[in-house]
Design a protein around this ligand. Structure first.
Ligand code: AMP
Ligand code: FE
Ligand code: FE
Ligand code: ZN
Length: 287
């Protein structure tokens, strides 16, 4: 087959499959992106690179370019911070080690949350497993799906607003590294670290934390995302201009798990090229 090292847009660089908390296999995620007009796509499952091979094959069979990616969990002052990683080396030992630590903490945490919820609701660990693909990065969305199936809530959104809320009785935090460490690990693996939805409801991270992340190799910000707030985006645009950082826009598609649709935000060709030029851990997969 002829291959080339060019890509074309539109590009959506933040998509989830059932290898984490999306609801479709990686190949179906790529097809969904294609059907929404996307021609360059990244799979960014939480804390895992497991879906890359399947997604890459599906994307290229559709004539798309595939960017291997991941969304790494981090924590700062009790809030969760997500660091997108493009083109990291999936075999890099420090990164792999930290991802496996996060995933195993996620499993323990889901168990504990399930026990707490079971005190008040009919819900077993088996119910949760029934909604979690084997080997997937487990999260609250899988518990939400089990709660929906049991009829306790109508959808994931209702579960997150109530039973799974961090301020509720059932919530347990997961282990995740601080954001500077996460950025350092991604950059150390040749990846391009970009803060996901950096201006969400919790607000923009403090300036000194952002500075620490930039010093550790942070490449930019996902400014196009439905959860971002205008004031935070305005502030970050200033930083981006000052430091000539990378800016992305993406859907954060989770299949049926969220209303987000592929292509609702996209990344410009110039910015995709900068990510490709900067990432050294693994290569994009061209059709
Ligand atoms: P966790 O990392 O296990 O604490 O769960 C957070 C994940 O749940 C995020 O990756 C989101 O994709 C998902 N999520 C958060 N809020 C909602 C919501 N209201 N509806 C559906 N999914 C959500
Ligand atoms: Fe998610
Ligand atoms: Fe996220
Ligand atoms: Zn995401």
């Amino acid at each position: 087959m002829m291959t080339s090292s060019t890509f074309r847009g539109p590009s959506d660089l933040h998509l989830h499959s059932e290898r984490s908390d999306g609801t479709q296999p990686p190949a179906e995620v790529m097809r969904a992106a294609y059907e929404h007009g996307i021609r360059t796509a990244a799979l960014t499952d939480h804390d895992t690179t497991e879906g890359w091979v399947e997604a890459g094959a599906a994307a290229t069979s559709l004539g798309m370019t595939f960017l291997p990616g991941m969304e790494m969990s981090a924590r700062y002052g009790g809030r969760s911070v997500h660091v997108l990683a493009y083109l990291p080396d999936p075999d890099d030992a420090p990164l792999r080690g930290e991802l496996s630590r996060i995933r195993s903490s996620r499993l323990d945490r889901a168990h504990t949350m399930a026990e707490r919820i079971a005190r008040d609701y009919d819900l077993t660990w088996q119910d949760i497993l029934a909604h979690t693909r084997e080997g997937a990065t487990v999260g609250r969305p899988h518990i939400a799906d089990a709660l929906v199936a049991k009829g306790h809530v109508h959808d994931r959104g209702e579960a997150f607003a109530g039973i799974l809320n961090p301020r509720g009785d059932y919530y347990v935090a997961l282990y995740a590294p601080d954001p500077v460490t996460a950025v350092r690990l991604v950059a150390g693996a040749g990846g391009v670290p970009i803060v996901a939805h950096p201006a969400g409801r919790a607000g923009v991270l403090p300036g000194r934390v952002l500075q620490g992340m930039l010093d550790a190799g942070l490449a930019g910000f996902e400014l196009g995302h439905r959860e971002n707030r205008a004031d935070g985006v305005r502030m970050l645009r200033g930083l981006v201009a000052e430091r000539d950082l990378i800016v992305t826009g993406s859907s954060d598609y989770h299949g049926a798990g969220k209303p987000n649709l592929p292509g609702e935000h996209t990344t410009t060709d110039a910015m995709v090229q900068r990510i490709i030029d900067r990432g050294t851990g693994t290569a994009p997969v061209y059709a």
